[in-house]
Design a protein. Structure first.
Length: 40
């Protein structure tokens, strides 16, 4: 069985964080997932 997973990322931070913090949040989330998924 193959399961596909995707992310919907807004074009701007909705929590009021800075651009650099916004990108860091996304990268941190992906880094946390990469141990669980072989294609991340």
């Amino acid at each position: 069985m193959k399961i596909m997973f995707g992310l919907r990322i807004p074009a701007f931070p909705i929590d009021g964080s800075s651009g650099n913090d916004f990108v860091a949040q996304i990268v941190r989330f992906i880094d946390e997932l990469k141990n669980d998924f072989t294609s991340a």
